[in-house]
Write a protein that binds this ligand. Structure first.
Ligand SMILES: C[S@@+](CC[C@H](N)C(=O)[O-])C[C@H]1O[C@@H](n2cnc3c(N)ncnc32)[C@H](O)[C@@H]1O
Length: 210
């Protein structure tokens, strides 16, 4: 089964163990470094129903979420008590509320906003959700959507072969290959899960010509 269908099925079956009920602590902890000098145009790719969207919007940022599953969109808006009427928007369905555009559809079809590229990207469980081939496409697409943006990147690393992703293991060498200026902000080992969670701050490189 191809990955997008697998994600849609996970939402249908309520298998969303990745979801957190609280704002991610590293977003709060590193707000000043990541979001200082705003407001920013913040992209949250592969957003699920993360409460981080509402938190970012409440801080005055212009937030864009993109997520495959319409069930995630419905759950997010219901749980956050946000009224939004879905409307067609090209390849996506747009749920627009005050300063949040929640787009249902494939992140690979997302176009650069008319207002200009995104200036911040919050990647929590997005890079790790994609297999190596899709990860390469994702990184290329981010370079198109958000060249020069600051990215706060939260990934997991576990010994090779220890489990079958997602989540996929993203070692520091892969982070640095994608984002050469990446700085490690936080690392925490979860012995029970058998992985290390790391949060990095980096610049999204500009798209290479051609
Ligand atoms: C591991 S979850 C992370 C969700 C969210 N970032 C969080 O922290 O709770 C990955 C999400 O990406 C979505 N997804 C997977 N492939 C996608 C794609 N190509 N375009 C948009 N969303 C996608 C899945 O439906 C799933 O909700």
């Amino acid at each position: 089964m191809v990955a997008p269908e697998r994600w849609l099925k996970s939402w249908q079956e309520g298998r969303i163990g990745f979801h957190r009920d609280e704002v991610h602590p590293d977003l709060i902890r590193h707000e000043a470094e990541f979001l200082g000098g705003g407001p920013h145009r913040v992209l949250v790719p592969l957003a699920g129903k993360t409460v981080d969207l509402a938190w970012l919007a409440s801080r005055g940022h212009q937030v864009t979420a993109v997520e495959l599953s319409p069930l995630a969109a419905q759950a997010f808006h219901r749980e956050q008590g946000i009224d939004a009427v879905p409307q067609a928007a090209g390849d996506h369905e747009l749920w627009r509320s005050q300063n949040l555009d929640y787009l249902v559809g494939d992140c690979f079809h997302l176009q650069r906003p008319a207002a200009g590229p995104f200036t911040r990207v919050w990647d929590r469980a997005a890079m790790v959700a994609l297999d190596p081939e899709r990860r390469a496409r994702y990184l290329a697409h981010l370079r198109y959507l958000a060249p020069g943006a600051q990215i706060l990147l939260n990934v997991l690393t576990y010994p090779e072969g220890a489990r079958e992703g997602p989540p996929h293991s993203i070692p520091p060498s892969e982070v640095l290959a994608a984002y050469p200026d990446a700085t490690l902000l936080h690392a925490a080992e979860d012995a029970g899960a058998g992985w290390v969670e790391r949060t990095w701050l980096a610049t999204v490189p500009a798209a290479s010509p051609g």
